[in-house]
Design a protein around this ligand. Structure first.
Ligand code: BTN
Length: 325
């Protein structure tokens, strides 16, 4: 959206539904009334409900349910995360776009798309991305060893769980990074890293949230284990304010991550975890580990006590709950 359109939108929003004349808008922005009219027409085409009367002026009645960057930016309470937001109507994958943009972007830049044609999940799976969901990637450039990059997955998991809890829904985290509500997945996180030897160039943290989607439309394999914010709340979630709050929660955790020992984050993660105490079967990139999840190391690795009593620490894998203990 052009700066002028954004300025007009902000003036109309701040006028509290009092009409603002084309002349007044033109004067404030230093443009002609014809240009004002053109920008208003373009805002209407974007889905903004604006009434206009030649006598009184323009009134903004409602905004469309779109995650436009200026909607998110107005009222965003962060200082790094979301400083720049790219909004797309459709992308192959926000993580792919973020990786393309990352070399030239500052830390905190966010890429959002209303839908994804090839949303990607962990371990080569697809991420179903219909309209109404939230598909978002954040570019990060922390100065940490590359081997610690997976810590950010836990950081993001805490932020998403907290943002959902702020809606009054009891969300928890299934190791390593699935957010569950009543045992059903509502969000997945995909962390991708670009590093040379030990120096990180950038990390892309992708989050897919079933916000206002109908999970009944998912494939039979997915729908059993999935839920959405809309079905848990019994009404659609206000996506713009949810994203604003999620970015805020993420920034709080990210600041802690950069300034405090990781132990503190791990304790917070444990308090939101659904996995500790459960019988699990974990498929790691190299093998299958079965046993009881008994804790998390100070590095965020899951500790599994196997049936033979031996303990194994796992940093990555796909976790399935077997028997509940
Ligand atoms: C998982 O398998 O649980 C992780 C799913 C991650 C999906 C998100 S949606 C936004 C971002 N872009 C992608 O292509 N994937 C991630």
């Amino acid at each position: 959206m052009s700066d002028r359109k954004e300025d007009i939108l902000n003036i109309l929003k701040n006028s509290d539904q009092k009409p603002v004349s084309g002349e007044e808008l033109g004067e404030q922005l230093g443009i002609s009334r014809t240009m004002v009219w053109k920008y208003i027409k373009s805002l209407k085409d974007d889905g903004y409900n604006i009434t206009s009367s030649t006598k009184t002026g323009y009134i903004l009645n409602s905004s469309p349910d779109m995650l436009y960057s200026e909607e998110i930016l107005s009222g965003l309470k962060t200082s790094i995360i979301g400083n720049k937001i790219y909004h797309f109507d459709e992308l192959e994958s926000t993580n792919e776009e973020a990786k393309r943009l990352a070399p030239d972007e500052d830390e905190g830049t966010v890429i959002i798309s209303e839908t994804q044609k090839s949303g990607r999940g962990r371990m080569g799976r697809d991420w179903t991305s219909p309209r109404g969901g939230i598909y978002m990637s954040v570019i990060l450039k922390p100065t940490i060893p590359a081997s610690h990059a997976y810590h950010l997955t836990l950081v993001a998991g805490i932020a998403v769980a907290n943002a959902i809890r702020n809606l009054g829904i009891n969300a928890c985290i299934k190791w390593p990074n699935d957010i569950l509500i009543n045992n059903r997945k509502v969000c997945g996180i995909l962390t991708e890293i670009n590093a040379e030897i030990e120096k990180i160039d950038y990390i892309v943290l992708g989050m897919g949230i079933n916000a206002n989607v109908d999970t009944g439309m998912f494939s039979s394999e997915l729908k059993e284990g999935s839920t959405s914010l809309k079905s848990e709340l019994g009404k659609p979630v206000e996506r713009v304010s949810f994203v604003q709050n999620l970015l805020y929660e993420f920034e709080q955790e990210y600041i802690k991550f950069k300034s405090k020992p990781f132990n503190d984050i791990v304790d917070e993660w444990i308090s939101l975890s659904d996995t500790i105490g459960k019988e699990v079967s974990i498929m790691t990139p190299s093998k299958m580990v079965e046993g009881k999840a008994i804790g998390v190391t100070k590095n965020g690795a899951l500790i599994v006590k196997k049936d033979d009593g031996e303990k194994e620490e796992i940093i990555a894998g796909r976790c399935i709950y077997t028997r509940t203990s």
